[in-house]
Write a protein that binds this ligand. Sequence first.
Ligand code: ADP
Ligand code: ASP
Ligand code: MG
Length: 407
Amino acid sequence: MALIVQKFGGSSVADTARVQNVARIITDTYKQGNDVVVVLSAQGDTTDDLIAKAKEINPKASKREMDMLLSTGEQISVSLCAMAIEAMGYQAVSLTGWQAGMLTDSNYSAARIKRVRAERIQKELDKKKIVLVTGFQGINKYDDITTLGRGGSDTSAVALAAALHADLCQIYTDVDGVYTADPRHVTGAKKLDEITFDEMLELASLGAQVLHNRSVEMAKRYNVNMEVLSSLSGNPGTKVKEVVKTMEKTHVSGVAKDKNVARIALVGLADQPGIAFKIFSLLAKEKVNVDIILQSIGREESKDISFTVSQDDMEKAKQVMEANQDVIGFKSLEVTDQVAKISIVGAGMANNSGVACKMFEALFSASINIHMISTSEIKVSVLVDERDAERAVQAIHDRFFSEFASN
Ligand code: ADP
Ligand code: ASP
Ligand code: MG
């Protein structure tokens, strides 16, 4: 007998038939003699619909009230699914984040789980019940409801798996597993049988929405046995783990796209020490996260610095720069959100200099211009025009993963 945590995303519970389908998967697992803890997301587009509803009433609603509202979507899913399970003749109990002991900090809309007090869940498991917990939410020290950020139900599931020392954490979704690129948008994307935590963390952080990046971070930290699979097909999924068998062979395991990027360029800065320090300390003070940074070579005592931020931070970054134009001393400021970041990720690329070159060649062949480049041990990212993003992903993917490509 094992303890298994199963998480089902929004499309897996979108309507009555899907809820019943999920109830079948859960009870099949239970029938095999396992304890089962289930984490559910809100049905279909419920979270988006709730956000739209809030905007109609108050476009600047406080984050606390937004969390109060958004947490209701998951409550609908768990209660309906518990009813479906009961209708099949099994005992189930649904719990909200606070009933399940999901304690978070107070950062509304992007809260972090601090601790899971799992006594209640354990008590229900001891009574041989199937336990269903709302994903994406918790409670803070003021007893207020918090949410973990979009896509956060994956993180709820991994946190529960870690706290309960589960044998397995299954993330059920609407595709067969983790692919070499988004299978809905990239022709020829291939399913990976397994992927390392490090690669998955990069892919998730660089735009592959299939897993919430913090869920992967947590799974790595607590060594949670994790797999991603489809709630609809019944096919084997992708195992996410510390070390995988194929690591030596392939250099690149996936391509990701992130459109939530904005670029800010400061033109005509003095070519002297301390300028970068001034710019980035001003941004840090305002808690603006900077991603890629590019500085040109100084010429005629002048240089340019450009950097990227998430689109949510674009206005703030722009305002900070404008307000400090005299202190920083730039001639002009260019701001755009019409850019996208495309990345390749692979644990095997660290000692292989040809990988980045291949990526650039693919972009050159597709006549796509690169604005910025950044690299790390296991990834190469480029910034391109947003209108080129889809073509760029496809061209890079073809270069590394088509039938005749060597990778
Ligand atoms: P859920 O509602 O189950 O949490 P999400 O919509 O959050 O599902 O994530 C699944 C989606 O992630 C897929 O439908 C797919 O379009 C997208 N996706 C992006 N990149 C990848 C990838 N590399 N592998 C698999 N799916 C991906
Ligand atoms: N329902 C939330 C969202 O749509 C959480 C999740 O699905 O993981 O972002
Ligand atoms: Mg998701």
